[in-house]
Design a protein around this ligand. Structure first.
Ligand code: HBI
Ligand code: FE
Length: 287
């Protein structure tokens, strides 16, 4: 995202936050949340990492209707010191990183319309809150998100946001994790999507590859369709350790000399959990 539009729009605070104005949601808005919530909570047991489902309970997100950010923040604050604050839509990278570095998660306040059940251009409150917030109740994941924000501010200074954004994309948004009983979902973009929560885990099309920081930072990603490759971590501790303890500056310098990796490529050095057929992407291209 361009960093020229750093001045907050009118009616928005300098840090881009707005009031959630929970009272102004309509009955239809709450009903849309409930519909999406029911669909996903039916889908996710056994597929999502247990910490995600536990987060829904811990934060009482099982209560019907769009969550009130103030109430949610109270619970989250007690648990891990995070807050949820409302923004009008996508915010500039630097603003986004600064909030994360201070343990504030920014969330859209609007909810999708009935004709957008399955596809959205900008993150709405269901993606942001249902998808992202439950894991913020997990102390290790909560620390990872903060470390990512701090890393973002450093990457911004080094001109390497693109590389760091790939880390976010392939972990926070579209990450898979390996457990004793198989792969599980934890990425917010997956768990908030009905189609992708099936596709990412069960479809033969996409690659499922072991997480490797440098490799992942070279890998392009798709914003228009399901991912062609997913990356599998061993644990949230691995993610936190790597992000908090690695000096990314030499890594960025190394990456400058290396070409990007396409979204469907498998390298000889990859740890392959599943070699994708890429049928889904091929089919889409032929359409
Ligand atoms: N703004 N509201 C919002 N939500 C995001 O996820 C977001 C953003 N701005 C920038 C941004 N993400 C990117 O910097 C990250 O995906 C890396
Ligand atoms: Fe997201």
């Amino acid at each position: 995202m361009a960093q020229t539009d750093i001045i907050a729009p009118q009616g928005t605070a300098a840090d881009w936050t707005i009031a959630q104005d929970w009272a102004s949601y309509t009955t239809q808005d709450h009903a849309m949340w409930d519909r999406l919530f029911a669909r996903q909570t039916q889908m996710l047991p056994g597929r999502a990492v247990p910490e995600f489902l536990e987060g829904l309970d811990i934060l009482r997100m099982t209560k019907p209707g769009i969550p009130d950010f103030a109430e949610l923040s109270d619970r989250l604050m007690q648990r891990t010191g995070w807050q949820v604050i409302a923004v009008p839509g996508l915010v500039p990278d630097k603003v986004f990183f600064d909030h994360l570095a201070n343990r504030r998660f920014v969330a859209g306040r609007f909810i999708r319309q009935p004709d957008q059940m399955d596809y959205l251009q900008e993150p709405d409150v269901f993606h942001d809150v249902f998808g992202h917030v439950p894991l913020l109740a997990n102390p290790v994941f909560a620390d990872y998100m903060q470390a990512y924000g701090q890393g973002g501010l450093r990457a911004d200074a080094l001109g390497s946001i693109e590389q760091l954004a790939r880390l976010y994309w392939y972990t926070v948004e579209f990450g898979l994790i390996r457990q004793d009983d198989g792969l599980k979902l934890y990425g917010a973009g997956i768990v908030s999507s009905h189609g992708e929560s099936e596709f990412a885990l069960d479809d033969p099309s996409p690659n499922r590859l072991g997480f490797d920081l440098q490799r992942l930072m070279r890998t392009r990603y798709r914003i228009d369709d399901y991912q062609q490759s997913y990356f599998v971590i061993d644990s949230f501790e691995q993610l936190l350790r790597m992000t908090a303890e690695t000096d990314f500056a030499p890594l960025y310098a190394q990456l400058e000399g290396l070409p990007d990796i396409e979204t469907d490529t498998i390298l000889p050095t990859d740890r392959v959990f599943h070699r994708g057929t890429q049928d889904h992407a091929t089919r889409k291209k032929e359409e």
